[in-house]
Design a protein around this ligand. Structure first.
Ligand SMILES: [Zn+2]
Length: 335
């Protein structure tokens, strides 16, 4: 039983659901969910040309380009953001026929956990124009996701953005798989392949596969604590009456993702050179907040200049590792 496991270590098959058998699915790696983020697809192209270059793992992998049509066009998406297209209700609406919804249905039919070539874990590779460094995005608080993130943080010390309770932003790809997270690396301009971004993306992905392999073999050890940056809200640029922005991100805030923001700190710089300070919204007056995705190019259209988070330090629960071990025990071995 999970409650008897000490020090975050889990044995093979522990907690395996009744009836679950090894070999139920693969690990899905997705790149190019946004068609103008080129680093993940660049890696996949290289690995497909020469499979010896693929990450060395005992797990069976599936590599998929998320949005090939958008990639061909060099755009984030064609009709709607694929990474906001995985809401179950929207997918079930036969009248909703945008190109990206079709692609989401296609990916699930092929590689969903009940698909023709089933996958149980999805790792989605993204890049950002913001100075996020090598980071992870986790959606909600599913125990297996938290265990995977904790394992990665234990290895690489990566910061983690916990995105949840944001009614304006839903339908993320990895949420439709039993376990999954986003590897988010930046800064890099859209449409640019960058050697540092390639290296960081590969490093985080290899570590994720190591964590999953250890969970599968029963040798996973997790750190005692998980440091998360929990989504609070997003802020738009201040705007004129006609909707045009009246300011940009302040030069003293630009590039300072994951660094604390205090009331009174410079946040925006107006067209006429005036510094606009951070004034906390209702309920946040006494909170230190930690901005992420500062000036992300793709979020302008969403009215997001930056998102604010609260830094949390959570004790790692034995049940998280048990959930991941249970899932990982059913992953296929590489053939
Ligand atoms: Zn992206």
């Amino acid at each position: 039983m999970a409650s008897e496991v000490s020090a975050g270590q889990f044995r093979a098959g522990e907690g395996l659901a009744e009836g679950a058998k090894p070999g139920k699915g693969k690990v899905l790696l997705v790149a190019g969910t946004h068609g103008n983020e080129l680093n993940g697809p660049w890696l996949f192209d290289a690995w497909n040309r020469d499979p010896c270059l693929r990450p060395d793992t005992e797990l069976a992998l599936v590599l998929a380009i998320g949005n090939p049509a958008a990639r061909a066009a060099g755009r984030r998406y064609l009709e709607r953001d694929l990474n906001r297209s995985f809401d179950a209700d929207r997918l079930a609406d036969a009248g909703a026929q945008e190109l990206e919804l079709g692609r989401a249905r296609q990916l699930l039919a092929a590689h969903g956990s009940a698909g023709s070539d089933p996958c149980l874990v999805a790792i989605d590779l993204h890049s950002t124009t913001a100075s996020m460094g090598n980071s992870l995005v986790v959606y909600g608080q599913r125990p297996a996701d938290l265990a995977l993130a904790a394992g990665l943080q234990g290895r690489l010390g990566l910061p983690i953005y916990l995105h949840e309770a944001d009614a304006a932003q839903t339908g993320y790809l990895v949420e439709r798989w039993p376990c999954g997270l986003v590897i988010e690396v930046g800064p890099v301009p859209q449409g640019v392949v960058h050697p540092t971004i390639l290296r960081q993306t590969r490093l985080a992905l290899e570590s994720a596969l190591e964590v999953l392999a250890e969970a599968r073999s029963g040798s996973l050890r997790l750190p005692q604590e998980l440091v998360l940056h929990q989504h609070l809200c997003s802020l738009d640029l201040p705007r004129h009456g006609d909707g045009a922005p009246l300011a940009v991100i302040h030069p003293r805030r630009q590039g300072r993702d994951w660094q604390p923001l205090r009331p009174g700190d410079p946040l925006f710089l107006s067209d006429d050179g005036e510094t606009l300070i951070y004034e906390p919204g209702l309920g946040l007056e006494h909170d230190l907040v930690w901005p992420v995705f500062i000036n992300e190019a793709a979020y302008g259209e969403k009215g997001i200049a930056l998102s604010l988070t609260r830094r949390q330090c959570w004790p790692v629960q034995a049940s998280w590792g048990a959930a991941l071990a249970q899932l990982a025990a059913t992953l296929n071995a590489a053939s």
